[in-house]
Write a protein that binds this ligand. Sequence first.
Ligand code: 13P
Length: 387
Amino acid sequence: MASFTLERAGYVNPTLSDAQMAELKGIAEALSAPGKGFLASDESAGPWLRAGHSEAKKIPDTEENRAAYRSMLYKTPGLSENVGGVILHTETLFQSDAEGNKMVDIITGNGMIPGIKVDQGYDKKGLPGTAVGPLGHPETADKGLDSLESVCAKAYAQGARFAKWRNVLQISPADGLPSELALVESSHSLARYAAICQRNGLVPIVEPEIVPNGDHSIEACAIATERVLLHQFQALALHKVYLEGCLLKPNMVKGGLTGPKASATEIAVLTITALKRTVPAAIPGIFFLSGEMPLDEDNEESATINLSKMHELFPRLPWHVSYSYGKALQKTCIVTWMGKKENDEKAQAALKARCEANTAATHGKYAAGTCPSVGLDGNIAQAAGPY
Ligand code: 13P
């Protein structure tokens, strides 16, 4: 076993050397720097298919368009003032833009850290014997653990320094969802993923997303979120995951999409309460996903307002609490871009404005309505399921 160091303290994991621990901690802390969040850019298909906008959805989903759009995003001037890490899909991690610049070089050249989504989604057949939830399929378990060791090693060699794995959990109190089986399966697969990432030099983002589908109350979401996070940190401990080199990406605590709507204050109080009860202070950063929202809600504005409200009401928290949004950073940007190169600069300005708004939110200082947004215009349900 490695010798005792102050850093290591009571942490017993012979797999990680002191140098590996120091590297992981350094990356996790850099990603958790004040004001910074993640740009979740790891959609499996064209990001416009998830944006929930009727016109944007028509942009052809070709590899060329995905590269053109994403390189435009990553070149946004000054983006690193707000974004510490960019989550990539495998295609993008190994892709170059039309000028031959590697995407990873564009990101690091613009002052940000690239990372990689490594889960391989889920099969809707789901966990045998579990009830069908509001997503219309049983509870699920993501694929990807078998090949993860080599996936991580290749990603590190290509320049990635963190990874993301998203599991999906559903709420249906009448059916007992999330079930104990789903909690155990989800928390242990995320913990195994996290341990494999760490021994390959990647900081794991642990994302047990409880999706908002359903008509449940915000209290039901609070109860489910606490259960999920309690299981999660117990599993991370069992798998000897080094918490100082690990990040959490949870859902906010909210009512179901078709249930009673909660206010920003209720969301902020119940979310922070659930986190305080379950997440060790050793975790450097917590970064929310934005998630699906009701069609009468401006998802970009809501995600920023909710984050700001948390910091307004809870100015002192043990972790960096920030954003790792996909849809809620990109919707207005995509609708501004619409697949046309001549719109690049305006689209970058839209992304930058929304990222600045979210940085202000991490200080509890976002004034609602001050960031331009496409709003409800063209709002349609976005693609659901595996990210
Ligand atoms: P959202 O689009 O819901 O913010 O999700 C981001 C993400 O990375 C989900 O895994």
